[in-house]
Design a protein around this ligand. Structure first.
Ligand code: BG6
Length: 456
């Protein structure tokens, strides 16, 4: 295990990711106090900026995360900004020279610059224990993800590579561990004998929000399902790990993903995709996706994707896992829905609603609900639906605070392991191929609707 990190270097410090998500996450960590303290922050960017201007930016970003502690103020007082071209080895040497103790380099940069920077790192002496933190997407297919993983492995050992997926830092996603493994009642029914299907849904009202440059080349399948939702699937489907250390937890997740493929081996029948036409979301008029600035309509990029997967092992054989995510939809709906099988025999004489039990684990907000069929209030022999629900407080740290805590303590538990990135691309490859060959019609839905006609 590498040392704890003493210097956090944000490459791409002037960018949106650093300002909006990373720095507020650092501020939260410092406020919490017991994690991530005692380090120096260095911002690196291509544009000139004085230390004073950088400190102002850090202060403003810390404030959005609510950071007010003495530890946060101390980091602001000492933080520095370096102007550097991170694709040039000599500049990277300069960056390392400015660090004290073991550094973590966070690549808050577009993927193509990150890859160039990693190439330049190949001719630099990297201090022992250095952690490299990268954002998705990790490659654009299984082959390029493998090549990137090999390139990274030549720089530092795998445990020092933190592939960041902020879904692994969400308290709701992490709650799956406690829910599944700290309650005896679930494990016994968590299998094909008792579960009919599993759905993982991430529907957003947000639309493109000016991100055409990135999103038009990705689409809903790559942006959400290939990365975030497959990791959620892994946590739902995996075997109980012996511990939640990096090897055990990530080993169980990888094993589940290795068993996952498109249902029936037929991407054409197991997937659907659509993009939004002009419409209104919560009173906000939206143009059609194809008319958004920066979008190339001929690419046929989807803004709503649904795929049905199978986890081919003893536990899950025959249970469909439906993963769906879309933008500009009528409602925000972010949840895992586990639908149980119907009872083998309902005693004669009980009438009314006969729906199966469902466990709904919300991915946002922090809630959980168990829908049960029970005796109704009026006529006790007529069945009705009741919901047992719980609302949790949010975690102390937001998702970025949580993944940064892992980076600063050089603990890769919440980062995506090399083989997992490659498995995630393998799983979606037949779907991408079917869609690009035109064998699955690209449907349309008005922005602000629940999806195309005929979709559930
Ligand atoms: C990002 C996607 O990774 O996750 C976005 O690129 C998506 O398109 C976002 O909106 C959703 O995550 P959250 O948790 O920030 O709502």
């Amino acid at each position: 295990m590498p040392d704890t990190i003493s210097t956090l270097v944000i490459l791409g410090a002037g960018g949106d990711l650093a300002q909006r998500l990373l720095l507020p996450g650092v501020g939260q960590l410092l406020d919490v106090g017991d994690r991530g303290t005692g380090f120096t922050l260095i911002g690196v960017g291509q544009d000139p900026m004085t230390d004073a201007a950088w400190r102002e930016r850090v202060t403003a970003s810390f404030a959005t995360g609510g950071a007010t502690s003495a530890a946060a103020l101390a980091v602001v007082a000492n933080t520095r900004y370096l102007q550097a071209d991170v694709t040039v080895a000599a500049d990277l040497e300069r960056v390392f020279a400015a660090c004290t103790g073991t550094p973590a380099l966070y690549f808050a940069l577009p993927p193509r610059i990150t890859i160039k920077a990693c190439t330049a790192l190949g001719s630099v002496t990297i201090p022992p224990g250095t952690v490299l933190a990268l954002e998705k997407p990790f490659g654009t297919d299984q082959g390029s993800a493998h090549a990137l993983n090999e390139q990274l492995a030549r720089l530092v050992p795998e445990p020092q590579i933190h592939r960041v997926d902020h879904f692994l830092g969400k308290s709701t996603v992490l709650n799956l561990l406690g829910l599944r493994f700290a309650n005896r009642i679930f494990e016994r029914v968590w299998n094909r004998d008792d579960i009919e299907k599993v759905e993982i849904v991430f529907d957003e009202q947000l639309a493109l929000e000016g991100r055409a440059g990135y999103y038009d080349a990705a689409g809903a399948l790559v942006d959400m399902i290939q990365s975030h939702l497959l990791l959620v699937l892994a946590l739902v489907a995996m075997e109980p790990p012996s511990s939640i250390d990096a090897d055990d937890l990530r080993g169980s997740m990888a094993q589940a993903l290795r068993a996952t493929r498109v249902q029936g081996g037929d991407a054409t029948s197991a997937s659907r995709h659509a993009r939004y036409a002009a419409g209104t979301v919560e009173g906000r008029s939206l143009p059609a996706y194809a008319d958004e600035p920066g979008v190339d309509p001929a690419r046929g990029t989807e803004t709503l994707a649904e795929v049905t997967l199978a986890v081919e092992n003893w536990r899950w054989a025959g249970v469909p896992f439906v993963l769906r995510s879309g933008k500009a939809l009528a409602d925000t709906r972010k949840e895992i829905i586990v639908t149980f099988k119907e009872v083998p025999h309902l005693p004669d004489g009980l009438t009314g609603r006969e729906e199966p039990s469902r466990l709904r684990i919300s991915l946002s907000p922090d809630e959980i609900a168990l829908d049960l069929t029970m005796n109704g209030e009026g006529n006790p022999f007529e069945l009705d639906r009741v919901t047992l629900g719980a609302v949790f407080g949010e975690g102390q740290l937001g998702p970025y605070g949580e993944v940064l805590a892992g980076i600063l303590s050089a603990d890769p538990t919440l980062s995506v392991r090399a083989d997992v990135t490659e498995q995630c691309w393998r799983i979606v490859a037949p779907i991408l191929e079917a869609w690009s060959s035109g064998s699955v019609l690209l449907e349309e839905y008005p922005a602000g609707s629940t999806g195309p006609d005929g979709w559930e």
